[in-house]
Design a protein around this ligand. Sequence first.
Ligand code: ATP
Ligand code: MG
Ligand code: MG
Length: 551
Amino acid sequence: ESTPPAHFLRQIVQADLQSGKHTKIVTRFPPEPNGYLHIGHAKSICLNFGLAQEFGGECHLRFDDTNPAKEEQEYIDAIKQDVEWLGFQWSGDVRYASDYFDQLHVWAIELIKSGKAYVCDLTPEQAREYRGNLTEPGKNSPFRDRSVEENLDLFARMTAGEFPDGAKALRAKIDMAAPNMNLRDPILYRIRHAHHHQTGDKWCIYPSYDFTHGQSDAIELITHSICTLEFEDHRPLYEWFLDNLPVPAKPRQYEFARLNLNYTVTSKRKLKQLVDEGHVNGWDDPRMSTLSAFRRRGYTPASIREFCERIGVTRSDAVVDMGMLEFCIRDDLDNNAPRAMCVLRPLKVTITNYPEGQVENLSLPRHPKQDMGERVLPFSRELYIDQDDYMVDPPKGYKRLVPGGEVRLRGSYVIRADEAITDAEGNIVELLCSYDPDTLGKNPEGRKVKGVIHWVPAADSVECEVRLYDRLFNAANPDKGEEGGTFLDNINPDSLVVLKGCRAEPSLATATAEERFQFEREGYFCADSKDSRPGNLVFNRTVTLRDSWGQ
Ligand code: ATP
Ligand code: MG
Ligand code: MG
């Protein structure tokens, strides 16, 4: 992997360690468990865990679980698995913002006691009206001047469950005319009679994201709290809480630009919609942008880490080309995936001058550059080649098999197409060919044979299913639907092609879940982790051999 460029966060950390501001850094990755992690999260994971690793610090995994209605244990389990799969380990136990609900509640009461928080009875709609907008200052809530005693009593009753959802909220008393909307008396607690996956039925009020995040950072002695740019406007509020509460430390928040990838959506809400409405087959459908989908599709953790390093960390929003991610996985698999042959659309070939019953076991290297040993391909009278590798009326430049023409079978002999056998409808069902016995490992005498095609033996190859994936969206920016439509309008109806009856060379018969290969001339593939097993092989195409995104 390349040497890391000195992006601005790396420089900040370096400076803080050099100046002695910190002797050790502590970062955190704080997902909300309301969906599976996507490729955007990988950037945040690599950044937070990566910095900790690089500078001998620690990185926490903390679930930001303040919204029980949308959160589930399934997501918690998947997120932990994805972080580990990417190659990172959090320090200590997994943490939850809900671990700090007791402390946050105590701090809320302290704010009430010091006159900095009040219970407000405005409905959410009224509160929105009172809040004003970017050009107009807000108005004070009529409940803003309640006495400390009344506020303490009402907050206690909110906590005890006396009021229905939304009837009241606890708000900070900051400034309804602040130019920064986040400072216009933000909500600290909402009433929500909901079961929580960690705290059960203990609470019927839940702290807001803003009231939770910075204080959780402080409790965990986070030194650098790194988040995406949309939280820049929240930073004054983040600091207001730390300045007005007896927190054990004062972490600093830093923002960076989120990752956007073209032809892709990276929003858990939209990904969940794709799953819930059946546009894809689950969160790990290989067409999704989730980490579990990339994994199932055959991406390696190293390729995703390399991608995150290459795109860098900046403070300006940009859209990264999908081709960059594909470059990273191609590069990795080119170096590390063993080669094999698989015929996706088989056409039977009979070598008429090859003796019946004779078999030659040909040895081919598993990899052209790395020492991965050899694989054996039995060559005999009956083989399969791909239907696309024989054409009666070939276009100019076609170097494969044509009537009367010659081609080399990869790692084997040169054959000539003598006759095509067709069925009643005129479809070619078999080729009768002859081979030149003097061409194994050497050029034929007196003529040039340019084309090389892949093949498998008929008898010893194994039948398999191959799934070819294309981009899930046809638009570079799928978030914009048609006039009045949604991102769903941009779904590519041809994003999945399932080929059955493909033929794989014998060495693939023992492929295990997630094992990766280059199928020569076809692309990079991996055995599907859910559906593939010996006797019923299923391969996913990870990526084609060449970039096709620019077209
Ligand atoms: P989503 O909109 O998909 O739900 P989110 O930001 O709400 O994303 P969180 O679970 O809160 O999701 O994210 C955890 C961390 O990952 C946050 O620090 C967030 O800033 C970061 N993150 C999320 N999406 C991206 C992205 N596209 N690029 C970089 N970091 C991201
Ligand atoms: Mg979030
Ligand atoms: Mg979100």
